[in-house]
Design a protein around this ligand. Sequence first.
Ligand code: FES
Length: 80
Amino acid sequence: MIVCSCSMISAKDIAEAVSTLRTKDPFVVLTPGLIYRTLGKRPSCGSCLPLIAQLMVGYDEQGPSSAASLPRHSPNERQD
Ligand code: FES
């Protein structure tokens, strides 16, 4: 499915960019701009940005190193 018709970015491209970014840095703050840069593209009209953000969050939550799978407490914090 093409998400950005200006830059010809597919949903699969976004999933791969999220995976690449998370693999490089599990704590990276994902943004649509970072997704574009990772894919070597630039937005034009910007109408796809809300959908890209939505897909980016969805793929990030599904991934094995997603923020949801990271510990919510520091190692020194008690968890009673
Ligand atoms: S549809 Fe993505 S920048 Fe225009």
